[in-house]
Design a protein around this ligand. Structure first.
Ligand SMILES: [Mn+2]
Length: 566
């Protein structure tokens, strides 16, 4: 067995890494059965024994005290074991691209996590860890092919010499400061703009068809407006290498699927960012009224010099999970976009993805509650129109050096051949930016990225991509963070912020058993004044809008029962 580090913190890290790896092995060929679990627990006991024998300090201790210490440590590491086991089980509830089997996804995630843990060690320790693994594989006298294969794949990944050549890229460190969370009271309890759109789909077929017709008209109008913007913004990204070169443009524009919002000299901005909403209409309404959006727009148009320009950037994932996907979030987002040009920038999430197969429209991300609940009640054309709209939704918004996107950066092989910013409109690049997740490892090897639609990227890959496009802050959603907001990367030059705006323990926008209820939904305000940037997270007061007094969706029972159908 390996000699653990003399530094107690390092030794703890080593043992935790081994335990995670052992749990992982339990799941590699399917079920982690009681026999295997007992085996791991026995192995933990051996590790503790070995660690104590290795330490001279215990030699002087009476036997009884050593036994006591051993029991305590075993208890501690058994708890670590239980926690790791729980964490792996939770992976099974995560969304996967419908092309991907759960088992394949789990295997990828386990390998990624082992890679992250092992890569955080120096090479000597890394090799020692691999030796423990070999010992463990042989511990029951049998070499299981799946275990050996997994072990070899991990070893290969760790032996790769991966480097990123960032020397030629210029990095301007961000000055954006993330402040502590603040409490934000509702500025105005209700607004006719919101009240008027709060209408459920009717139980009457004719009425509901008429509603579907109106909604399709709204979608077509939204597409038409985006088309107009695209005519004006056409090819503005071509031949341009970084967004800093575009920040002198007079006004915001849309080139393909990229919004560019250059700050005007002397103008203040108040940007409200919303992460995944997933059908939580009460979250959207509360956030807009807490941000006092409607009054702020009016004030700005009356006196743009004295008042900040209010902007809302939505990071996508409007649908599924919660009950108010079409009638609710999407209806509101499209109406906001049309009514407040230059103030509202909706982006696409990976859930905004429908596919057509033999004439039927399906959700491309499972489970697709929105379409599954409504399929029998709304015409095929309705979903077809949405499918078209989803393809038109922009993927990226850039303000100053802030990059807003649903999930993250594209894979290495697409960044390697990066001619100019127009590449952001490449369909494959757009798709990947809706799916990726940041990893705590510095670099994720290509082979590991290729294993999953929901692929990881390392902190150096993140920094490299940001430098490539001339940005230094990314604001993204996609990952369910229970705290609602989290700074994922802060390396002094770059920041990566993760926002989640759906959730709420008591939020009846979500089904009673929804795992999203564990999230505290948050919004982020980014203030821009004289070139200074401040980002402030705040809790969304959804509870005030679960009431029939302030939300008409709650004053009448819906004709389509969401909980029963989903
Ligand atoms: Mn997502």
């Amino acid at each position: 067995m390996m000699d653990f580090s003399k530094d107690p913190r390092e030794a703890e890290k080593q043992i935790q890494a081994i335990i995670y790896y052992l749990v992982t092995f339990g799941y590699i060929d399917g079920d982690f059965d009681p026999d295997e679990q007992a085996f791991v627990k026995d192995y933990i006991s051996q590790i503790v024994e070995h660690k104590l024998q290795q330490s001279n300090a215990y030699k002087e201790m009476p036997e009884k005290a050593v036994l006591q210490l051993k029991a305590e440590q075993e208890e501690h590491y058994n708890l670590v074991f239980e926690q790791n086991d729980q964490a792996v089980r939770e992976l099974f509830t995560e969304v996967v691209d419908s092309q991907e089997t759960v088992q394949k996804f789990i295997r990828h995630r386990l390998k990624l996590r082992c890679y992250e843990i092992f890569r955080s060690f120096e090479e000597d320790n890394r090799n020692a860890l691999m030796e423990v693994i070999d010992e463990f594989i042989m511990a029951d006298g049998v070499e299981h092919p799946a275990e050996v294969e997994f072990r070899n794949e991990l070893a290969d990944l760790l032996h790769l010499e991966i480097m990123l050549d960032m020397d030629e890229l210029e990095v301007v460190p961000t000055t954006l400061e993330v402040t502590d969370e603040i409490a934000r009271k509702i500025a105005q309890t209700n607004h006719p703009f919101m009240r008027n759109l709060e209408v459920h789909y009717s139980g009457d077929d004719d009425e509901r068809n008429a509603q579907a017709g109106e909604e399709m008209k709204l979608i077509e109008d939204t597409i038409a407006r985006m088309d107009e913007l695209r005519v004006v913004g056409k090819d503005k990204l071509s031949g341009v290498s970084t967004f800093t070169d575009l920040m002198n443009e007079d006004d915001f524009f849309l080139d393909g699927h990229v919004f560019v919002i250059p700050p005007k000299a002397g103008q203040q901005y108040d940007i409200t960012v919303l992460g995944d909403l997933h059908g939580c209409y009460s979250c959207l309404k509360a956030a807009l009224l807490q941000a006092d959006f409607f009054n702020a727009v009016e004030a700005y148009h009356q006196d743009p010099v004295a008042n900040a320009k209010p902007i809302v950037i939505l990071l996508g994932d409007y649908i599924d999970r919660g009950k108010f996907s079409y009638a609710g979030i999407l209806r509101a987002v499209m109406q906001l976009f049309l009514k407040y040009p230059g103030h509202v920038f909706p982006l696409r999430g990976n859930h905004e993805y429908y596919i057509e197969y033999e004439g039927t429209i399906y959700g491309g991300v499972l489970p697709a509650e929105a379409i599954n609940v409504h399929r029998d009640y709304l015409p095929r054309e309705f979903f077809l129109t949405y499918m078209k709209f989803f393809e038109q939704l922009p993927t990226v918004a850039v303000f100053d050096q802030l990059f807003f996107v649903h999930a993250g950066i594209p894979k290495d092989d697409l960044i390697e051949s990066w001619p100019d910013l127009a590449k952001l409109n490449d369909p494959e690049v757009r798709f990947q930016m809706l799916w990726s997740d940041p990893s705590e490892a510095d670099i994720i090897p290509k082979t590991l990225q290729e294993e999953s639609a929901r692929f990881p990227f390392g902190t150096m890959q993140f920094a490299n991509f940001m430098a490539t496009v001339g940005c230094n802050v990314m604001v993204r959603g996609h990952t369910k963070v229970v705290e609602g907001f989290k700074t994922v990367v802060d390396d002094g030059s770059h920041k990566l912020l993760n926002l989640f705006s759906a959730g709420g323990q008591y939020n009846d926008d979500l089904p009673s058993g929804s795992s999203y209820r564990s999230v505290t939904p948050k919004a982020l305000t980014i203030a821009y004044k004289d070139g200074e940037l401040t980002a402030t997270p705040w809790v969304i007061d959804y509870e005030s809008y679960n009431s029939p007094v302030y939300n008409r969706f709650f004053s009448v029972s819906p004709a389509i029962d969401y909980e029963e159908k989903s």
